[in-house]
Every structure is written in C-alpha cells, then in structure tokens.
Design a protein around this ligand. Structure first.
Ligand SMILES: [Zn+2]
Length: 507
C-alpha cells in the first residue's frame, strides 16, 4: 500500500511542465487551501435556529475572508423542493446564492423538477458557473452554459474541480431529453484525466448517493470529495481521500483545510503532499449575514403572500376532521392519495390519516388556497415511490386498520385500491378483501406504491412498507403538499368524494 506521498510522486512523474505554467510558490513552500461544500439546500430560511442561507452565506463570506485560497462548491439540489419553490421554481435560492457565489455548482436531480428549461433559465440567472461532466443533450452535444472539469490556480496549487451529477436523475426528476452518463465511471475517468493533465489536487463535487460515494472513495482517484444527495452529515479520510457529506440546508458545514506542501523529488520533479483538517460548524452558532437575512425576510413575506394564492374550487364537500381521516374514507384523504398517485404514476397510494391535519370541513364551492393544502399537510413530508409485493401491501393495510378503535394516525387513506375490513377482528387479521384497479390483490404481484417518506421509513407502524425496491426516496421526491397543489392546479377544481374505497364488513 503506497503512502499518499509516494502515490503523488508517481502520479506526477509526467507533470514536470507544471511548474512552468503556474505561478508556483517556491519548492518547500506550503499553501493552505480551504474547501467548503454545500448541497441539498432547499429552505431559504433557518429551521429551529439552524441552517438557511443567511447563516450559510455568513460562513462562506467568513471563510473567504479568512483564506483567499478558499473554494466554495455546491454539490447539488437547491431549486426544489420547498414551499416557495413550488411557487417561484427555485428563483429564491438563486437570488440568495448569488450574494455569495460558488466557485462551481453541480446540478442535483432536484434542479430538474420543473423541467430542463427551468434549470437552463436558473443557470443563466446565476452569478456562478454550473457544471457537470456527465450531462449532455440527447445528441451527445454539450448543454449550452453547463461547464465541465474546471482547473483553477489557487495560490499556486493547481486544483481540478470534477463536477458530477447523479445518473438516476431521469428516474426521479423531469430531465426531459437530457442524457446522464454513468456517475462513477465518468467521474473516475475525469479525475484520472485531470491528474494526467497536471492537477495537484483533484476535488470531486458530486451529487451522488452513498453507494456511489463509496465507489468514488474506493477508486482513490480523488483527493477530496464533496458530496450531496444523502442529506446526512459525514466526514471521512482513508489516508488518500478526504470526504464530506454536506448535510442538508447547511445545518452543519465542514470546511476542509488542506495544508499543501509543494516540493521536489530527487530528480527535481514537482511533488505535492498534504493532510486534511476537517472543521465542524454547527450553524446554530453562526450569526446570520445581514444582507442575506434581509433577503430571507423578504422571501418570508413573499411566501406568506404566496400561500393566499387560490389554486382551485372544490365542487364537492371535503372533510379532514381528525375523527374522520383516522377512521374512515375521507374525500380529503382521497384527494391527497389521488394526487400523489397521479403525480408519480404509481398503481396505488397510501396516505396516513394522521398526516392530514387541518381538522375541518369544506363546503362545496369553497375556493382552496395554497395555505389550505399546507395546513392539511404541514409536516414537510415528501412523496416517495416503492415497488412492493401484494403481500406487503396487505400487511401495510393490516397495520393501517390495526388501531382504528384508538383513532390512531396510521389509518390509511388510499388511491388505486379499495378494501373491506372488520374492525372487530383481532389486529393483524382485519382486512377481508383488497382490490387493486378493480381486480383482487395478488399477493405475489409487484405493485408500485406512492406514499410519504414518514411511513415508508416505518413511521406509524408501517414497517411492512420497507424492504421494497425504492424508486423515489426521500431525497428525491417532491413535497407532498406541492404535489397536491399541482394536482389541483391542473384542473382548477376538486371533485373528490367518498366513493366506497374503504368499507367495513357488512357495509
Ligand atoms: Zn438529490
């Protein structure tokens, strides 16, 4: 196993020309690089005193002020989902990030939630470069305005930024005709090429899931990887690659300092040696940037205003009272379940009654606003999609009705299916029959289920929903509330009724 130093010496053996092309510090000098990564920044405002762009921008400004050799990189996902982005298609995040521009930004899957044209428009409105080496037009030509590998001279150190998008984006977003090349293979090839081209430090800026991250780290082609998509915070260093998983909404930030030592081997060839130092910033401890905070405040007012916008009229009576949505079929439950099924193309959907919260009725003729839907679905749950055998769907429904006598929130509001149950039978064997699309449930068939991230993760006792083939996970889905708003906006009306999807035995 080679040490980093000897590996670099070997890799840079052919790079003697480098000293000539960079205004390099003298051999033996050290240069401190700071790399700050951000990704999955959806919410313009803080949550519980943590995250949000006023704090993120404060940290980025402070890092740049403290060290001019700072690279500030965005590893994907800002345009969606959020309540305000459901209204302005993500312009708020562009405005806020323009205040403290990135050195490079990689499009995450959510950058395409409003279609490729919206991404191109937002890219043009950005005061910083967007880039991805693995996105092309359908004919293989480059996407105008979207860059590739970026070589930067940072204090005399030649840094290659390798921007990589998640290749599953077409499956979870609206990428149109854009082509996504394989994430890991494309990234590793580009990193090796950048090294051959004389990069001292190769930085991956990647919107990739954990499995791909592991493959990228294991490739040893990168010195640093800043990764988004997973929403978690993690740092790692295996002696070769320093890695940061960049959290969500900038709640936790981790600038990585590289003390880069530039030297020469016995043949006089340039060598690069470095060690990483990870810093941890809990943004709850950060004073918000005043200019950014003023913009955040303006967006807060705009969001509030946007919630008053009318999205459609209900032609039928809707009921979201607590005792209804947790005990019987409800027209509001049907509306929500229909919306997430329609928006995802799933066969069936389940919405837990406990997630429907406004606890009220709507008379026919009521004009619905965005605020009404948000009040019904206040938890910020995300629409997810999984493939499951009928047996697990049945088990999920059994869980759903297992505590109906207690008014438990797990009661299932459904779409694409109907069921009959016996509330007096023992919990676990209450479901008498289930039909999907009019036919009896086949316990061996695989169904595509839309639901929310909370119960897919086992919330409300829904462990039966786990273990399937997840097609859209929590990191990749839309806000349920936005899905319902869009569903109503499509026709401008609601016609949901109680139609016999859920019946008790003998009814
Ligand atoms: Zn993502």
């Amino acid at each position: 196993m080679s040490t980093p130093r000897s590996r670099f010496a070997a890799l840079l053996a052919g790079a003697t020309a480098l000293a000539a092309v960079t205004t390099a510090p003298a051999y033996g000098e050290t240069v401190k690089l700071t790399i700050l990564g951000l990704g999955d920044a959806y919410s313009f405002s803080e949550e519980d005193g943590r995250g949000g762009f006023a704090r993120i921008n404060a940290v980025a400004r402070a890092e740049r002020a403290a060290n001019p050799n700072t690279l500030y990189v965005f590893d994907g996902d800002m345009l969606s989902p959020s309540l305000l982005s459901g209204f302005d298609k993500g312009q708020n995040t562009i405005d806020l990030t323009n205040l403290v521009p990135f050195d490079i930004a990689v499009p995450g899957n959510h950058e395409f939630d409003f279609g490729p044209e919206n991404f191109l428009e937002k890219m043009a409105a950005s005061k910083y470069p967007w880039a991805a080496i693995n996105i092309t037009n359908a004919d293989g030509s480059p996407v105008p305005g979207l860059g590739g590998v970026m070589m930067k001279d940072v204090g005399g150190v030649k840094v290659a930024l390798i921007p990589v998008a998640q290749d599953t984006s077409p499956e979870v977003s609206s990428t149109g005709d854009l082509v996504f090349l394989p994430t890991v293979d494309t990234a590793v090839a580009a990193a090796k090429q950048a090294r051959d081209d004389g990069a001292d430090i190769v930085v991956g800026v990647v919107q990739t899931n954990m499995a791909n991250d592991r493959a990228l780290i294991a490739s040893h082609a990168f010195d640093v990887i800043m990764s988004g998509d997973d929403h978690s915070y993690a740092t790692a260093y295996d002696g070769v690659t320093a890695y940061v998983e960049t959290s969500i909404d900038g709640r936790f930030l981790s600038p990585v300092d590289l003390t880069v030592e530039i030297g020469a081997d016995k043949d006089g060839k340039r060598t690069i040696d470095w060690v990483p130092m990870f810093r941890f910033i809990d943004t709850a401890m950060v004073e918000p940037d005043p200019e950014s905070q003023a913009m955040v405040d303006a967006f807060t007012a705009k969001l509030d205003e946007s919630l008053n916008v009318e999205i459609g009229t209900t032609e039928t009576a809707l009921d979201s009272r607590r005792n209804v949505v947790r005990a019987e079929e409800s027209a509001m439950g049907n509306l929500i379940a229909d919306a997430i099924r329609a928006r995802t193309g799933a066969d069936v959907s389940i919405a837990n009654g406990g997630g429907i919260r406004a606890d009220r009725t709507y008379d026919p003729g009521t004009v619905l606003t965005r605020r009404d839907i948000l009040t019904e679905l206040p938890f910020g749950n995300v629409t997810v999609v999984t493939e499951l055998p009928g047996s697990q769907l049945l088990a999920a429904l059994e869980n759903g009705v297992s505590q109906v006598e207690k008014g438990a929130g797990r009661f299932p509001q459904v779409s694409g299916m109907s069921f009959v149950y016996d509330p007096t039978a023992p919990a676990g064997s209450r479901i008498a029959s289930v039909t999907v699309g009019g036919a009896d449930l086949d316990v061996n068939a695989v169904y595509k289920l839309a639901t929310n991230d909370y119960i897919l993760g086992g919330g409300d006792g829904y462990s039966a929903l786990g273990g399937g083939n997840v097609l859209v996970d929590a990191g990749n889905g839309n806000l349920m509330a936005n899905d319902v708003m869009e569903y109503i906006l499509e026709t401008g009306k609601v016609t949901s009724t109680v139609e016999g999807r859920i019946k008790k035995v003998g009814e």
